[in-house]
Write a protein that binds this ligand. Structure first.
Ligand code: GDP
Length: 478
């Protein structure tokens, strides 16, 4: 298996100026040489050279003019001989190059197989391999920076440093198992317990910072919630800046879920508009409502849209109930209608400054202050009428995702996060045991377990199936 030569298109399929087909394995140079006519054959080329020539199809007819980059083992991405063929893009040429190489004896690569080989050949550890996937998937500048930091080894260095501390601690505990009478025990236990807490401190901070960091990287999901016809679709369109959702005066028009992203301070904000909340009249609307429930369940933040000109306590309360205890921004939409009729519910202040005014939630709705991140008046159908909402979202995002740009934590996968939590548990357990004067052997077991979990972050002792599962999530050609 490992000495098979694999091939895949490394660039995304479709129309493009250039496409790259990558070959890796012991026969990479040989197979490429058979299909290439140029000034020099890849077989005879030094490493890190680019060759110019013609690539041939399976029947030896010329396919395209190409550049071939040669990387000789171990100085390549995978650690094996690697050849990268840059051709014209599109649906035909790269596929034909791939077919020609398969015909010559290469095997189409599985998803993530190039990176898996890099990992198995010791070019990168598992944390870095996961960072490759995160980097490719990143959708914002900050996400890419965090992934790049992990790929550069920032996460692995944290692991190494923590492991050094654990080894020291473990050595001290083990010394006491071997020479039990050398020290004054009660006093000594307290000192060691303090050391445990000291080591655990930064790990605890790290774990605590991960949810916000993940939001910065992966974006925040925002669901519009409100009864039909209050202007949810109009507000989404106003924020996005074009007609994404269908706006209609017929209540209950939005049944499918509409998703669109905006970026605020470099954080992706995935806006999701679904069916309005009301007693469904027929089956399709009921299905729509199920989707709304689902969208709200997955949301980090809800925008509760209320009709400023027509608040209806019971129905608005049903919408609020669906939001549960999620953070919420309240948008009092259709403020213009209040303005026009001059019948503002709580005075004319809103009428003159509808977009920016701070107004009180209907007291009966009772959104808890801790849950309420902002409250604004909007006119979705007026140019600039949703700017107050955009600003409220921006401020909310700052609270939800932390606001320290430039000092990103290295991307940490969910797998790594759960290992970090495990390490914390073991350290806390060790500390408790020490404070309770439990035998040193027990403490040593906890610390050893913490080290095992730590090693797994970078791939030490990780089950082959787990490794396989991680790489299977990659795209082909990576
Ligand atoms: P949804 O069902 O909550 O998504 O509501 P829509 O966005 O489809 O809007 C329902 C109707 O209200 C449409 O006819 C909109 O043009 C209108 N509408 C939305 N926002 C405003 C607003 O701020 N002022 C006024 N006057 N009409 C609005």
């Amino acid at each position: 298996m490992e000495n098979e030569t694999i091939v895949a298109q490394a660039t995304a399929p479709g129309e493009s100026a250039i496409a790259v087909v990558r070959v890796s394995g012991p026969r990479a140079l040989d197979l490429a040489s058979r299909r290439f006519r140029g000034t020099r054959s890849p077989r005879d080329s030094g490493s890190h050279r680019i060759l110019f020539g013609t690539f041939l199809a399976s029947d030896d007819s010329p396919l395209d003019t190409v550049l071939i980059s040669v990387f000789r083992a171990p100085h390549s991405y995978t650690g094996e001989d690697v050849v990268e063929i840059s051709s014209h893009g599109g649906a035909v040429i790269p596929v034909a190059i791939l077919a020609s190489l398969v015909e010559a004896g290469a095997r189409p690569a599985r998803p993530g197989e190039f990176t898996e080989r890099a990992y198995r050949n010791g070019k990168i550890d598992l944390a870095q391999a996961e960072a490759v996937a995160a980097l490719v998937k990143s959708r914002s500048d900050r996400a890419a920076r965090a992934a790049h930091s992990a790929l550069g080894g920032a996460l692995s260095r944290r692991v190494t440093e923590l492991d050094r501390q654990l080894v020291e601690l473990l050595a001290e505990v083990e010394a006491r198992i071997d020479f039990p009478n050398d020290v004054e025990e009660a006093l000594d236990c307290a000192v060691l317990a303090d050391r445990c807490a000291e080591v655990a401190g930064p790990v605890r901070e790290w774990v605590a910072a991960l949810p916000a960091s993940r939001r910065r990287e992966q974006g925040v999901r925002v669901a519009f919630v409100g009864r039909p016809n209050v202007g949810k679709s109009s507000l989404l369109n106003a924020l996005v800046g074009f007609e994404r959702a269908i706006v209609s005066e017929v209540p209950g028009t939005t049944r499918d879920t509409v998703e669109e992203s905006i970026w605020l301070d470099g954080v992706e904000c995935r806006l999701c508009d679904a069916a309005g909340v009301r007693q469904p009249e027929e089956r399709v609307e009921r299905l729509g409502l199920d989707r709304t429930r689902d969208a709200v369940r997955r949301a980090d933040l809800a925008i509760l849209v209320l009709d400023r000109s027509d608040p209806r306590e019971e129905e608005d309360r049903a919408a609020l109930a669906m939001i549960g205890d999620r953070p919420v921004v309240v948008a009092w939409n259709k403020a213009d209608l209040v303005e026009a009729s001059g019948s503002a519910g709580n005075g004319g202040g809103v009428a003159t400054r509808p977009a920016a005014a701070e107004i009180a939630v209907l007291p009966a709705l009772e959104v808890p202050r801790t849950q309420l991140l902002g409250e604004v008046a909007t006119v979705a159908v007026r140019s600039g009428g949703a700017e107050a909402l955009r600003e409220a979202l921006r401020a909310s995002l700052r609270r939800l995702s932390g606001s320290a740009p430039g000092e990103e934590l290295p991307t940490t996968s969910l797998r790594q996060e759960s290992l970090l939590s495990e390490i914390l548990e073991e350290l806390d357990r060790a500390e408790r045991s020490l404070r309770a004067d439990a035998p040193y052997d027990l403490v040593a077991v906890d610390l050893t377990e913490a080290r095992r979990a730590l090693g797994e972050i970078v791939g030490r002792g990780v089950d082959q199936d787990v490794v396989g599962a991680i790489f299977s999530q990659f795209c082909i050609g990576k």
